[in-house]
Design a protein around this ligand. Structure first.
Ligand code: FMN
Length: 214
C-alpha cells in the first residue's frame, strides 16, 4: 500500500442540502445539478457511471453520457450488442451515479430500463456529428479486435460505404436506453462525514422525499 492513500481525504464544506432546497421533482433537481456542474466548468457534467449486471450477478460498470432527463427518466445512447446492453437485456435493472467530486456532490439513479423508441433514437441520431455517426456504424462495441489498424479499416470501410449519402441512417444495432427511476438520491458532502443525502423514492401514491443517514 502506498503511504499516501490512508491520509488522502477532503473535508467537505462548500454547501448543504435540505428538503427545502430540492426542486419539486427528481428530474428538475437532476437537471439543476447537471447545470451547476456545467457552469462550474466540470468536463462532461452529464457523465454517469452506469452499473449493470447479468443473471449470474456478475456486475460491470462504465461511464456513459446522459442525453435526456425528463419526467419519463434518464436516456443514454449506446450499442445494443455491447456488454452493457447484453446485461440490460438479461436483468432490465441498472444503477447510475453522476460523480461531481469537484463540487462535493453525487446523484444516483436506480431503476428499470427499456429501449427508447426508434423515433426518439433517430431524433437524437440526427444531432450527432457525422464522425460520431460513422463511428457508431464502424465499431462492434465490446468485442475483441486484432489491433488499432483493424478498427481503422472498419471506419474506412463505413466511410466509403456512406460516401455518397448526405444523411447516414442510425444503425439497427445502436440506440437509446431509457432508465425509469425508482430511486434518485442527491448527495452533498458535509463536514465530519455527516453528509446530506436526500432521496426521491417512487411509491404507489407518487414520489416521496426522504433523508438518508450518511
Ligand atoms: C466520459 C465518457 C463518456 C462516455 N459516453 C459513452 C456513451 O454515451 N455511450 C457509450 O456507449 N459509451 C460511452 N463511453 C464509453 C463507455 O464507458 C464504454 O467503454 C463503452 O460503452 C463499452 O462499454 P461496455 O463494453 O461495458 O458495454 C464513455 C466513456 C467516457 C469516459
Amino acid at each position: 500500500m502506498t503511504t499516501e492513500l490512508p491520509a488522502m481525504r477532503e473535508d467537505y464544506r462548500s454547501a448543504t442540502l435540505d428538503a427545502a432546497d430540492l426542486a419539486p421533482t427528481w428530474h428538475e433537481q437532476l437537471l439543476a445539478w447537471i447545470g451547476a456542474a456545467r457552469e462550474a466548468g466540470l468536463p462532461d457534467a452529464n457523465a454517469m457511471v452506469l452499473a449493470t449486471g447479468d443473471e449470474e450477478h456478475r456486475l460491470t460498470t462504465r461511464t456513459v453520457l446522459a442525453k435526456d432527463v425528463d419526467g419519463r427518466g434518464v436516456t443514454f445512447f449506446t450499442n445494443y450488442t455491447s456488454e452493457k446492453s447484453h446485461q440490460i437485456d438479461q436483468t432490465r435493472q441498472v444503477s447510475a451515479t453522476f460523480p461531481w467530486i469537484a463540487l462535493q456532490r453525487q446523484a444516483t439513479v436506480i431503476g428499470t430500463v427499456e429501449r427508447l423508441s426508434r423515433e426518439d433514437t433517430a431524433a437524437y441520431w440526427r444531432t450527432r456529428p457525422r464522425g460520431s455517426q460513422l463511428g457508431a456504424w464502424a465499431s462492434p462495441q465490446s468485442t475483441v479486435v486484432r489491433d488499432r489498424a483493424a478498427l481503422d479499416d472498419l471506419l474506412a470501410s463505413v466511410t466509403e460505404r456512406f460516401s455518397g449519402d448526405d444523411e447516414i441512417p442510425p444503425p439497427p444495432h445502436w440506440g437509446g436506453w431509457l432508465i425509469r427511476p425508482t430511486h434518485v438520491e442527491f448527495w452533498q458532502g458535509r463536514t465530519h462525514r455527516m453528509h446530506d443525502r436526500m432521496r426521491f423514492r417512487r411509491t404507489d401514491r407518487g414520489w416521496v422525499v426522504e433523508r438518508l443517514a450518511p
